[in-house]
Design a protein around this ligand. Structure first.
Ligand code: ADP
Ligand code: MG
Length: 239
């Protein structure tokens, strides 16, 4: 599904991604962990073409990203959910979910509304369709953001610390939606510090430090038997 070859990115002189090689197979769930500033967000943003990179290739479903030309096409295939939900505050929940299909895909309003209702039911929010984001809890807003992303029918979903901005009691409801998605076979790359989620859902865990992939393996390998000292050190701080 996604093939990343020798990806390198600099912000000015700062070398933030160093020879990243990573393949994500169809229906695979890859969890990316690493300290703050290690390049996790930048990596996801490169996959979604929110950032340009200077060296290496990213291929999505056989199509190599041209660093700009096919941005809209790629963004439709690759959904992204951020730490901050970024909903349109002046639009109702259902309008938020309909926005992408009607504005980008040219779906007619009636059909977009049907799709949106289905997706809101899926994330457990069909009763909130006509409320505004400010009237919802953070967990509910994040579930709307997931529904909004799914409305574009992406082939892969990227999650960048989707629960870090939430009060602890709201984390579970968002993780549940993500677990359901994974069970349905969605291909996912998830940056998170929720190790319970990683253990339960991830096919693979990738540990990044200072822009480099230090180690990857099954959750069991990484959490119970990390090979690298740096991985052990990182895990001892967060577990
Ligand atoms: P993480 O998500 O793992 O916390 P980031 O990918 O956000 O890390 O950041 C990696 C490094 O790149 C950090 O040193 C950060 O300060 C730097 N960085 C991120 N975004 C920018 C930017 N737009 N301009 C300059 N430096 C940036
Ligand atoms: Mg980040």
């Amino acid at each position: 599904m996604i093939k990343i070859d020798n990806l390198n990115k600099w912000f000015g002189k700062l070398h933030v991604l160093k020879d990243i090689n990573l393949d994500i197979k169809e229906q695979e769930v890859v969890v990316i962990i690493g300290a703050s500033g290690s390049g996790k967000s930048t990596l996801l943003r490169c996959i979604n073409l929110l950032e340009q990179y200077q060296k290496g290739d990213i291929t999505i479903k056989g199509e190599t990203l041209g660093n700009g030309e096919n941005i809209n096409q790629i963004r439709q295939k690759v959904g992204m959910v951020f730490q901050r939900f970024n909903l349109f505050p002046h639009k109702s929940v259902i309008e938020n979910v309909m926005e992408g299909p009607t504005q980008v895909k040219g779906t007619n309003k009636e059909e977009a509304e049907l799709i949106a209702k289905e997706l809101l039911a899926k994330v457990g929010l069909d009763d909130k369709s006509y409320q505004y984001p400010a009237q919802l809890s953070g967990g509910q807003q994040q579930r709307v953001a997931i529904a909004r992303s799914l409305a574009m029918e992406p082939e892969i979903m990227l999650f960048d610390e989707p629960t870090s901005a939430l009060d602890p009691e709201l984390v579970g409801e968002v993780l549940q939606v993500m677990k359901d998605l994974a069970k349905e076979g969605m291909t996912m790359a998830v940056v998170t510090h929720e190790m319970g989620f990683a253990k339960e859902v991830a096919d693979r865990v990738v540990y990044i430090d200072e822009g480099k992939i230090i180690e990857e393996g099954t959750p069991q390998q990484i959490f119970d038997n990390p090979r690298e000292e740096r991985t052990q050190e990182f895990l001892s701080k967060i577990l």
